[in-house]
Design a binder for this molecule. Structure first.
Ligand SMILES: *Cc1c(COP(=O)(O)O)cnc(C)c1O
Length: 344
């Protein structure tokens, strides 16, 4: 293998403890969507379950069902339910369902098995969720369905931008109103959840009963100059590769792919070999060219693309900032064929 991703499970455990302590007494829901942000769903879920994580956020049905097998005792939450005929299977497996519109509410209710649902209000992001003007009708209907035993409303939730404090404050206000309306309609949702990594870390008023955290568990910082160290987090993934060829001040390392995570790397980032950083010149389909100048670089040398910084490499956040994206985006695009090597 000419490229691999090292996954530091000890760093994952440390980050999890850091986040937990920070958000307490709110409960931590560990988000493991997108193959645990490219870190490998099975190993990450097992490691988190061993840390007694009580709630997992899975996004899609397939991920949720896998998490259910790996963490039989935990609460598992899925919210991408459209276009799937799998509601029955999810309910059989005790997956909690994130309901984002009235059609989904009716579909779940038709299963008539007192399935546990979390109703989502749109508090300004306008991505998914029931709009404020339709919320009173939705909670009335949900209360009716609950009285019939078709569903059980266990939660109310929303998603916020975490890009502007003022917008987030407005969203938190709308969320509290939505919760009160749900209670007034006769519902008794025990779990309110709104915040992802950034807001859960920064704002006590965003934490409510549970927070849904992905990025920070993996040591992925929000970017814009804020790195993991500033937050007390450790990067979990280190991406490495070997030198395939070294001629006249240019070396080729394994792993390229014009459409992959390296597509915007040329001219933006550098790769560390023996503690020295070398700029990326070009990304070809199956290899990446770096400028090594006068440095002695040999075939077989290990190149570190991004990671903890321990080998002189830049962090993922530096890469993401330089490539005009966010860390989550890059790690989820590390090719699935790249071996994940676990330690810790
Ligand atoms: C991905 C996701 C999260 C986690 O976001 P991070 O910023 O990675 O912590 C939380 N909630 C929802 C709905 C998500 O889709």
């Amino acid at each position: 293998m000419t490229a691999w991703a090292e996954i530091d499970l000890a760093a994952l455990v440390t980050n999890t403890a850091t986040v937990r302590e920070r958000v307490a007494p709110a409960e931590l829901m560990a988000v493991v969507k997108d193959d645990a942000y490219g870190h490998g769903l099975d190993e990450i879920t097992r490691a988190l379950a061993a840390e007694s994580i009580t709630a997992f956020g899975a996004l899609d049905p397939q991920t949720a069902l896998r998490v259910r097998q790996l963490a039989p005792e935990a609460s598992v939450f899925a919210w991408l339910l459209d276009g799937h005929d799998e509601l029955g299977v999810l309910i059989d497996n005790d997956i909690e369902l994130g309901v984002t519109d009235s059609d989904t509410l009716e579909r779940v209710a038709r299963e008539n098995r007192r399935s546990r649902v979390h109703l989502k209000i749109d508090t300004g992001l306008s991505r998914a969720g029931v709009r404020a003007e339709r919320w009173p009708n939705l909670v009335e209907r949900a209360a009716q369905l609950e009285r019939r035993g078709a569903i059980e409303v266990v939660g109310v939730w929303t998603h916020i931008s975490e890009a502007s404090d003022d917008e987030d404050t407005a969203s938190i206000g709308r969320f509290s109103t939505a919760f009160e309306l749900a209670v007034a309609a006769g519902l008794n949702p025990r779990v309110r959840h709104l915040a992802a990594s950034a807001a859960s870390f920064a704002r006590a008023d965003a934490r409510f009963d549970r927070v849904r955290v992905g990025a920070f568990l993996y040591g992925i910082a929000p970017g814009d100059g804020v790195g993991p160290t500033e937050l007390g987090l450790r990067p979990v993934m280190t991406l490495r590769s070997t030198v395939l060829e070294a001629v006249d001040g240019v070396a080729a390392i394994g792993y390229g792919g014009v459409a992959g995570m390296l597509s915007d790397a040329a001219g933006a980032v550098s790769v560390a070999i023996g503690g020295v950083r070398h700029p990326v010149l070009a990304v070809e389909d199956s290899r990446t060219l770096i400028a090594t100048g006068d440095h002695a670089v040999d075939v077989g040398d290990v190149a570190t693309l991004f990671g903890s910084g321990d080998s002189g490499e830049a962090t993922l956040q530096v890469w993401a900032d330089a490539m005009g994206t966010i860390g989550e985006e890059l790690v989820t695009r590390v090719h699935p064929g790249i071996e994940r090597r676990y330690r810790g």
